[in-house]
Write a protein that binds this ligand. Structure first.
Ligand SMILES: *[C@@H]1O[C@H](CO)[C@@H](O)[C@H](O)[C@H]1NC(C)=O
Ligand SMILES: *[C@@H]1O[C@H](CO)[C@@H](O)[C@H](O)[C@H]1NC(C)=O
Ligand SMILES: *[C@@H]1O[C@H](CO)[C@@H](O)[C@H](O)[C@H]1NC(C)=O
Ligand SMILES: *[C@@H]1O[C@H](CO)[C@@H](O)[C@H](O)[C@H]1NC(C)=O
Ligand SMILES: *[C@@H]1O[C@H](CO)[C@@H](O)[C@H](O)[C@H]1NC(C)=O
Ligand SMILES: *[C@@H]1O[C@H](CO)[C@@H](O)[C@H](O)[C@H]1NC(C)=O
Ligand SMILES: *[C@@H]1O[C@H](CO)[C@@H](O)[C@H](O)[C@H]1NC(C)=O
Length: 608
């Protein structure tokens, strides 16, 4: 199964965008979109109204996991219905996998089974948006039809050339499950929606190189022009256990010549899927087109580790003359350094957005409950809210992944909580009404004297090896518990945990504890997380997007990110509550929060 689950990617090779002047959707569609947008923009005006509403400010006694009193019953049907997200992208029904992209309209192409909420009949699903939040679903762009893709139209990318020509490269899963590369073009490039696509007569255009497994070769990238005028395309693969990226040169976008040496490879990192490669600026937050090259620019390689289902990135220098990439720090190389997201997030691909000069990335956020629930629900898997990616210029070692600004247009009924003092062992409910669609920004100020006075040097926390928010240390955990019921029989704590190092420094961990999120089955009943650098002068801040069965957590502006799928059985609908807690034994923290309700986004068929 694993070798048949990549996805598609589309990006522009150039800033030229032939579709910007294209017509708006029909008036009815526009009206509907505005209807959703306008009232919430107005409610933004009220965000500053400060409502400090803390009810029941008593310290609750600690609960054993899953106490039995208060068991409000939610039927299975109600529970599954509640799980559907409101402002994350997901088609009306069935299965999606991995994104990708582009133009005037933002185009999202993704692996999609048009027939069932399970893996199979993999096709290029296609949706378009003007704002990355509200989407129109279009007919499937490419489905399995020929011997070379009859077992699936898998991952790929699109390229827009300066002359307006557009093409897609994708991996065809052949009738004997080999993975060959194919090409397709839109029938009418004057159609802003690019509804119809045709496959190239001469497919497949690329066969597996010698010595490479027939199922270890996929996800052709966008084609870009190097500083020497030659066009390049890259693809992920592996030799034995060494993950690598092949580089091809092309003159005509149909014939591709493999270079002898890979762009980069790392032993023991296995198959690199969905490889993404892009420049980032060392001096500003503007994103760069693929063709950007020269001083003041670093290049990022991102790969999705097949089997582990984790996305890794590394920052380094690209030598375009020799088509070689070198990591800044070999200890933080691809697959052994940092991850894009420490939770459930895979097969991400980024898009260069020439309109707003930003790079936006989406990953595929799979379900983690019982597989047979997918059929009952009628849909499976979602995408995270699109994230802008920039180099973190404060650390120089990290990327910052942050929800696109457009998501803030869904905020309404903002509430503020200022400087709430949390003594060790405190948990406080935050009365904000319904707590299932939220955008939360929380800042924590730690009592520095207490931190300095106490030495707890031996403690090696590490989210994933810990017992979660119930494991109390000197300086953590403290944070926000989302999707919790009234008696804390279900809760998903998102928190910081500070540990002192032997040298007297501090190491801050950012974690999401899924151990008590649901009484139902969860194949990842775990604690997610990693460390997050905190630069001198920074406060500890986290942002959390709660949208029914998905919780996205961002620490320190997106330096460390955790996406979780959660399936509470009790903490749903009106029974979902929000709490602030400090489970540290030796420090107090002061918390300030802004919390918004989030309106649903619109995802619906395009009204032709
Ligand atoms: C694939 O599509 C066909 C209809 O063309 C359907 O009968 C079959 O059940 C589908 N398979 C899966 C796994 O969705
Ligand atoms: C599958 O088909 C391809 C192309 O026809 C061929 O090169 C390859 O050897 C076949 N693989 C197997 C396992 O039969
Ligand atoms: C191509 O699309 C444009 C814009 O929608 C339309 O005006 C034109 O008729 C289309 N051409 C064909 C051949 O369908
Ligand atoms: C892969 O590993 C095998 C066994 O260790 C070795 O014989 C072979 O040469 C390796 N292949 C490549 C391409 O490195
Ligand atoms: C941002 O940085 C890039 C790369 O150094 C540079 O080419 C570009 O001009 C800068 N943009 C702005 C707006 O300063
Ligand atoms: C805590 O210790 C650090 C490092 O030793 C020092 O820089 C800081 O001023 C101290 N803070 C307080 C509040 O004592
Ligand atoms: C705090 O720790 C106690 C003791 O382990 C635990 O029972 C409680 O659930 C924890 N609080 C949170 C919010 O996890």
């Amino acid at each position: 199964m694993k070798t048949t689950e990549p996805f598609s990617h589309v990006e522009h090779a150039h800033t030229h965008n032939p579709l910007l002047n294209h017509p708006e959707p029909p008036p009815a569609a526009v009206r509907k979109r505005l209807f959703i947008g306008a009232p919430f923009n107005i409610t933004l005006l009220f965000i500053l109204s400060i409502l400090l509403v803390i009810l029941n400010q008593q310290v609750l006694a600690t609960n054993s996991a899953f106490p039995e009193k208060y068991s409000r019953k939610h039927s299975q049907v109600d529970r599954l219905k509640w799980q559907r997200t409101a402002f994350h992208f997901q088609p009306a029904k069935n299965f999606i996998y991995g994104p990708l992209f582009h133009m005037g309209w933002y185009h999202l192409f993704y692996q999609h089974n048009p027939y069932a909420p399970v893996w199979g009949n993999m096709s290029w699903g296609h949706s378009v948006s003007k704002d990355l939040i509200n989407w129109f679903e279009l007919p499937v762009a490419l489905g399995p039809s020929e011997w070379y893709d009859i077992e699936g139209v898998l991952s790929g990318s699109t390229t827009v050339l300066p002359n307006g020509e557009i093409f897609a490269l994708y991996t065809g899963n052949t009738n004997n499950f080999s993975q060959f590369q194919c090409k397709a073009v839109p029938v009418n490039i004057s159609d802003p929606l690019l509804v119809e696509w045709v496959k190239y007569d001469g497919n497949p255009i690329l066969y597996t190189p010698p010595g490479i497994g027939l199922k270890d070769y996929r996800d052709p990238s966008t084609v870009w022009k190097g500083p020497d005028g030659k066009h390049r395309m890259i693809m992920g693969s592996k030799r034995n256990k060494t993950g690598l990226v092949f580089v091809y040169h092309t003159d005509d976008f149909t014939n591709y010549k493999l270079l002898d040496e890979p762009l980069h490879s790392v032993p023991n990192t296995d198959m690199w899927e969905c490889v993404d490669f892009y420049p980032v600026s060392l001096t500003n937050d503007s994103a760069l087109d693929m063709a950007a090259y020269g001083p003041g620019i670093k290049h990022v390689i991102k790969e999705s580790w097949e089997g582990h289902r984790k996305d890794w990135y590394s920052i380094g220098t690209y030598d375009a003359i020799n088509d070689k990439w070198t990591p800044d720090n070999p200890e933080l190389d691809v697959g052994i350094g940092y991850r894009c997201d420490y939770g459930r997030f895979f097969a991400s691909k980024s898009l260069y957005d020439p309109l707003k000069k930003r790079r936006v990335t989406w990953g595929y956020v799979a379900e983690s409950d019982k597989h047979n629930q997918d059929r009952t629900r009628g849909w499976a898997t979602i995408f995270n809210v699109g994230r802008t990616v920039v180099l973190d210029r404060k650390t120089g070692t990290h990327l910052l992944h942050w929800p696109v600004e457009e998501i803030e247009s869904l905020r309404y009924n903002g509430q503020e909580f200022n400087e709430i003092e949390l003594e060790p062992g405190t948990i406080i409910p935050l009365d904000i009404g319904t707590a299932t669609q939220l955008d939360i920004v929380a800042t924590f100020v730690v009592d520095q004297d207490a931190l300095n006075a106490t030495s707890e040097t031996s403690y090696e926390h590490g989210c994933t090896k810990s017992a979660g928010a119930a494991e109390r240390g000197h300086f953590g955990p403290f944070g926000v518990a989302v999707l919790a019921d009234e008696i804390l029989s279900e809760l998903t704590p998102v928190y910081f945990y500070i540990a002192k190092t032997a040298e007297g420094g501090v190491l801050t961990h950012f974690c999401t504890d899924k151990l008590r999120s649901s009484r139902d089955f969860d194949e990842e009943r775990v604690v997610y997380g990693s460390t997050v650098p905190v630069v001198d002068g920074e406060e500890l801040t986290m942002r959390i997007l709660v949208d029914h069965s998905v919780v996205e957590g961002f620490a320190q502006g997106g330096r460390t990110v955790i996406t979780s799928r959660v399936y509470p059985t009790k903490a749903i609908y009106k029974d979902a509550k929000l709490y602030l807690f400090n489970n540290a034994t030796h420090i107090s923290v002061k918390a300030s929060l802004k919390i918004w309700q989030m309106a649903p986004a619109q995802v619906k068929p395009y009204p032709f």
